[in-house]
Design a protein around this ligand. Structure first.
Ligand SMILES: CN1c2c(nc(N)[nH]c2=O)NC[C@@H]1CNc1ccc(C(=O)N[C@@H](CCC(=O)N[C@@H](CCC(=O)N[C@@H](CCC(=O)O)C(=O)O)C(=O)O)C(=O)O)cc1
Ligand SMILES: N[C@@H](CCS)C(=O)O
Ligand SMILES: [Zn+2]
Length: 755
């Protein structure tokens, strides 16, 4: 019999229960016991839900209070020395200190989880790194589910992926993979504890197995599983986000009992997997998209499943392509979505129903579940033929772009001279990245407006007052280039999506971005266009309040694409170009309204990079072109800024340069200016604002800390190339945190000027 399986369920709760509990705990409004109890309630509910949807193999260990990689760090006792952990069980407060920083210790770095908008806490390693089993979390959760009558399959991050995603913080340790010998005994202890508790299978996530490119990585897999394969548990090795490709034979050789493959991202890998991977290994087929919200075409998926079932009679499971943490929780909560559009969608809960239906159809015949399959076919047909998807005017515009639309009128040196004359900024100009605190009052006013309890006029007046106050505060701080503060925006992508044609929105479609921060990605279902200006009113209003230059603030086309659920019926590059044309119109209108600096944020440019190197060039060509199309309509004197955070640029620095933005601000403070090495090596010609203030931590950096970071920047860049700014926007911080931090930042810039 084929089984239905799940790899991971969203832990946030349908009503953002985990966020609420976490933030209340951090504000010391609830006790550790209350927080732990919320976790327990959520897990119990999710296990029960999965069972009720007919899922045979249900995971445990997929719950996390902050991040699953940080959980592994705690489990392995790999707490960096600065957090003062002296061994034994890692406490909740040490766990959160690693994630968020404490008074005495900066937080650990955070970066993108492969090509997703989920961020994990980067493990840190030293040459004398020791590991020891420091948590009973996994076994406890396994037993918790068992007490509920559910025999789960525990899930952990595998050793090769864990080490590969970590960073050496010590010159004496070249490559974290050199720690494999030391980490494996602790993994073995962890697996033994599961055996002792009665587990029979374990899911070990090794997405790096699909991506391994070096002999060293491949050798690491052989070594790791030679050891862990003997632990007395059946291992399902889970790959996702890419096909196994050249690593198929390696995967087959590993002494594990099963492999999960992503057949949504890499459908073509199935024939090779079936013929190369030995028949005694179970194959878990990722047939339901865990990364997007479109309903599965069940007949199409069943045909693939039938082929696999007929091939060699091996044991099979049907599963989502990856963990469902990248999907919103439940479509049933979307009571306001247009019914036609809603009929095209499936969220995590519905995806489990699809997994279950496919399994039943394969085991008992399509007729057994005919009406659900007929519904799915009707939805696929309605989506294919709906009139709401295509707009001939957009198509026409796309056909008529000119090569000159993709480049600025003059080269950078000419623009720089024109901008310096026009803007007359000091050396080390200070600015911020755009957003100021989204306080409770701001969120509540927007919620009241959306509910109809506040009129549009009253909401506008409220936003004007917030903007005025932000301008006043920036002037008092002595910042050189001001921003309007983004108070009118719920999110930097959703806000634009709400005003663009071709987008739809959910009410409760939250997905975890990091820790307690969630996003509600818009759904791009049709051709994109801009019916009206989107930001001009707010930027022009803010500029009218001050003599200082006001920076316009837009989200770039690649980031809007990357942080939305994107239609899958045309290439992503085409959808991105449609968005680029809409943003271009906005840039043109901002300039016409007297805005002399325009920032086009592209924090997701790096995240969109395909995971395999061979696919990089194709993506970068269209992504860079889309940014250029969005930004090139302006005069030489108009300064185009861009901003990126959480990214390693070393491998794409030439492409970052070819965006040809006049100024780029980047996140660098947590990584101690490491990123600037790439800019220096490349002799990056334009201006750069390396972040000197880690805005993701509640810590207030002092002047000396920021001066030290600036000094590091001057070792790598020319003084007249450097801007002084935080790492990212300040929306998650309070004014009480932001004001002293920016005072220190402005003071550090002034010191640098007079040094
Ligand atoms: C810069 N980042 C972003 C990413 N992706 C995005 N799509 N957007 C980003 O900004 N990826 C990389 C990084 C990740 N960083 C962050 C940082 C901060 C957040 C965040 O703060 N998220 C908020 C939700 C934001 C939002 O949509 N707010 C809405 C709804 C607010 C709300 O909860 N309203 C209440 C009522 C009000 C009240 O009573 O308080 C309600 O509906 O119940 C809004 O402002 O209108 C978060 O809360 O997690 C995300 C990613
Ligand atoms: N302008 C945005 C960029 C975040 S990446 C902000 O300041 O929040
Ligand atoms: Zn940012």
């Amino acid at each position: 019999m084929i089984q239905s399986a799940n790899l991971g369920f969203p832990r946030i709760g349908a009503a953002r229960d985990l966020k609420k509990a976490l933030e209340a705990y951090w504000r010391q409004e609830i006790s550790p016991k209350d927080l732990i109890s919320t976790g327990k309630t959520l897990r119990a509910h999710h296990w029960q839900l999965q069972q009720s949807k007919g899922v045979d193999v249900i995971p445990c260990g997929d719950f996390s209070f902050y991040d699953q990689i940080l959980d592994m760090t705690a489990t392995l006792g790999a707490v960096p020395a600065r957090f003062g952990h002296t061994g034994g069980h890692v406490s909740l407060d040490t766990y959160f200190a690693m994630a968020r920083g404490s008074k005495s210790a900066p937080a650990m770095e955070m970066t993108k989880w492969f090509d997703t908008n989920y961020h994990y806490i980067v493990p840190e390693f030293t040459a004398d790194q020791r590991f020891s089993l420091s948590s009973t979390r996994l076994v406890d959760e396994y037993k918790e589910a068992l007490a509920q009558g559910i025999h789960t399959r525990p899930v952990i991050i595998g050793p090769v992926t864990y080490l590969t995603l970590g960073k050496s913080k010590d010159a004496a340790l070249g490559d974290p993979l050199d720690l494999l010998d030391r980490i494996l005994p602790v993994y073995a202890d962890l697996l033994q504890s599961l055996v002792d508790a009665g587990a029979d299978w374990v899911q070990i996530d090794e997405p790096v197995l699909a991506l391994a490119e070096t002999d060293k990585q491949r050798q690491a897999f052989e070594q790791a599983y030679a050891r862990l394969g003997k632990c007395g548990l059946k291992i399902l090795l889970a790959t996702y986000f890419e096909g196994l490709g050249d690593n198929t034979a390696l995967a087959s050789r590993l002494p594990v009992h099963g492999l999960h493959i992503d057949l949504v991202r890499a459908p073509d890998q199935l024939p090779a997997c079936l013929s190369v991977i030995s028949k005694d290994k179970l194959l878990s087929l990722g047939l339901v998209d865990g990364r997007n919200i479109w309903r599965t075409d069940l007949d199409k998926a069943l045909a693939v499943l039938a082929k696999a079932a007929a091939f060699d009679g091996r044991a099979l499971q049907v599963a989502p392509s990856c963990s469902l943490i990248h999907s919103p929780v439940d479509l049933e909560n979307e009571t306001k979505l247009d019914p036609e559009l809603k009929s095209w969608l499936a969220f995590a809960t519905q995806k489990l129903e699809e997994v279950s239906l496919l399994t039943r159809a394969a085991n008992h015949g399509r007729d057994h579940v005919a009406s659900a399959f007929d519904d799915s076919a009707a939805a696929a047909e309605s989506r294919r033929t709906s009139a709401r998807i295509h707009n001939p005017l957009v198509d026409d515009r796309m056909q008529n772009t000119l090569p000159s639309d993709f480049r600025r009128a003059s080269k950078y040196e000419t623009r720089r001279a024109a901008q310096r004359a026009a803007l007359d900024l000091p050396l080390y100009p200070t600015t911020t990245i755009g957003s100021f605190p989204q306080t409770k009052e701001v969120r509540q006013a927007r919620a009241a407006f959306k509910r109809g309890d506040l009129t549009a006029k009253a909401y506008d007046a409220f936003l004007e007052a917030e903007t005025r106050e932000a301008v006043r505060r920036q002037e008092a701080l002595g910042l050189d280039v001001l921003v309007h503060g983004e108070f009118e925006r719920n999110d930097m992508v959703e806000y634009f999506g709400e005003q663009l044609a071709g987008f739809a929105f959910t009410k409760s479609g939250w997905v975890q971005s990091y820790g307690s921060r969630y996003v509600k990605p818009p759904i791009i279902y049709g051709d994109v266009s801009r019916p009206e200006p989107m930001t001009v009113k707010w930027s022009a209003y803010a500029q009218s309040l001050t003599q200082k230059p006001m920076k316009g603030m837009l989200t770039g086309p690649v980031t809007i694409l990357q942080w939305s659920f994107v239609r899958d019926d045309q290439p992503r590059s085409e959808t991105c170009e449609q968005i680029a044309l809409a943003i271009r119109d906005e840039v043109t209108d901002l300039e016409a309204a007297g805005i002399r600096l325009i920032q086009i944020d592209e924090p997701a440019l790096r995240e969109g990079l395909p995971l395999r190197k061979a696919d990089h060039a194709g993506y970068l060509e269209w992504a860079v072109n889309c940014f250029r199309l969005a930004s090139s309509s302006v005069a030489d004197t108009t300064q185009i800024h861009t901003h990126m955070c959480y990214s390693e640029f070393n491998d794409i620095i030439a492409d970052v340069a070819s965006l040809d933005a006049d100024v780029i601000s980047i996140e660098t403070s947590r990584s101690d200016m490491e990123l600037l090495a790439a800019f220096e090596e490349f002799a990056y010609p334009n201006e750069i604002g390396p972040g000197v203030y880690d805005i993701h931590s509640p810590r207030t950096p002092d002047k000396a800390e920021m001066t030290a970071l600036l000094r590091k920047a001057t070792e790598r860049l020319a003084p007249d190339q450097i801007w002084v700014n935080p790492d990212c926007g300040l929306k998650t911080r309070s004014w009480a945190e932001v004001t002293p931090a920016l005072e220190n930042m402005v003071a550090a810039a002034r010191d640098a000027r007079s040094a």
